[in-house]
Design a protein around this ligand. Structure first.
Ligand SMILES: C[S@@+](CC[C@H](N)C(=O)[O-])C[C@H]1O[C@@H](n2cnc3c(N)ncnc32)[C@H](O)[C@@H]1O
Length: 335
């Protein structure tokens, strides 16, 4: 990613600054020559910030204090304008790791939506990588381009946005077997798997981010049926915040419980057939072995021996006899 925006060092004109003012109110400004932030608490002159270290506290015309910090990427994506729903930072972090996005990688992304994931991908591929982002709705592509330019300060040289459906546009935009990683965040990723298989280099990773279990199942089965990928891996990430203050150390009462599922698979080399994996037959055609998998022994319950069972019967009957005898004794002593 280019030098702009400056991500550290003293504040300079052109930097974005997140201010926490009276009563914790947040506002984000871009520092300008002669710029001022007017609120009903008074006026904060931008020049009070220029030259100050990140994390400074400055005072406005009425003596109110403002904490000034450069927004982190996660702050920026959560507050930027959205055309489509964004990938949340917790999932973006997992996408970077599970799709193994590396500096210098050639990455394809679709759809670009609001550009949130594009920003994380651009950061991870660095100055020598290439990101090609596809979006079939031009207005969404415009939102994404504007968001990325706002954050980066310019349109990154490493980024190309193609307006069009991935299925038609991908084969025209990239050479076969030339892409290291593909990230799909869209409603019907299975429609794109064939073109993705052609574009991916052997060993390359496809990652699908989907919101529902039905999408997850459909894309997993589609990928399996091609025979061109390794067995898909799927997971989801839940992040629970904690309140940590004095003796009040506990999980937050609220959390974002569901965003989406991640599924990854790797492209096999041309002509390669993955070694047969021992798998259960699908549930629509299960056999005796599948039923056996659910026997008490298989799921961890110890099977009781006949001898032990007879012992348990004797114990139970003895207890019942005792109760019966106690009842008779009571009846006899209180006729
Ligand atoms: C949920 S949004 C993506 C959000 C984006 N990842 C972000 O973090 O801001 C899904 C986008 O995929 C686009 N889309 C769906 N199918 C597509 C396809 N086949 N080709 C290109 N774009 C597609 C939609 O128009 C929509 O903008």
């Amino acid at each position: 990613m280019s030098e702009i925006p400056r991500l550290s060092g003293p504040f300079r004109v052109g930097d974005r600054v997140q201010l926490t003012g009276p009563k914790g109110r947040l506002s984000t400004i871009t520092l300008r020559e002669g710029g001022e932030l007017h609120t009903h608490h008074g006026v904060l002159r931008h020049e009070a910030l220029v030259g100050q270290p990140d994390g400074s506290v400055v005072v406005n015309s009425s003596g109110h204090e403002y904490l000034a910090l450069r927004p982190l990427l996660r702050d920026f994506v959560m507050s930027m304008p959205r055309g489509a729903a964004i990938v949340y930072p917790k999932d973006a972090a997992q996408i970077l790791s599970q799709a193994d996005i590396f500096p210098g990688a050639v990455v394809v992304e679709a759809g670009v939506g609001s550009g949130a994931l594009s920003l994380w991908l651009l950061r991870a591929i660095g100055a020598t990588g290439r990101l090609v982002s596809f979006e079939r709705r031009e207005e969404f592509a415009d939102v994404a381009k504007a968001n990325v330019e706002t954050y980066v300060g310019e349109s990154p040289a490493t980024w190309e946005v193609v307006v069009g459906d991935l299925v038609e546009a991908l084969p025209e935009a990239v050479a076969p077997a030339s892409v290291d990683r593909v990230v799909l965040d869209m409603l019907a990723p299975w429609e794109c798997i064939d073109v993705v298989a052609d574009a991916l280099t052997p060993g390359g990773v496809v990652l699908c981010y989907v919101a529902t279990a039905t999408q997850l199942s459909r894309v997993a089965e589609f990928i399996r049926a091609t025979g061109l990928f390794t067995e898909p891996d799927a997971n989801e990430t839940m992040v629970r915040g904690w309140h940590v203050e004095g003796l009040a150390v506990r999980p937050d009462h609220r959390m974002i419980a569901h965003t989406g599922f991640l599924l990854t698979a790797r492209r096999l080399a041309p002509g390669a057939v993955a070694p047969e994996q021992k798998r259960r037959a699908s549930k629509s055609s299960y056999g005796d072995e599948d039923v056996e998998l659910w026997t008490p022994g298989a799921v961890g319950d110890r099977q009781i021996t006949d001898k032990n069972l007879r012992k348990r019967v004797r114990e139970a009957q003895k207890a019942a006899d005792g109760v019966r005898q106690a009842g008779q004794d009571a009846a006899e002593s209180n006729p």
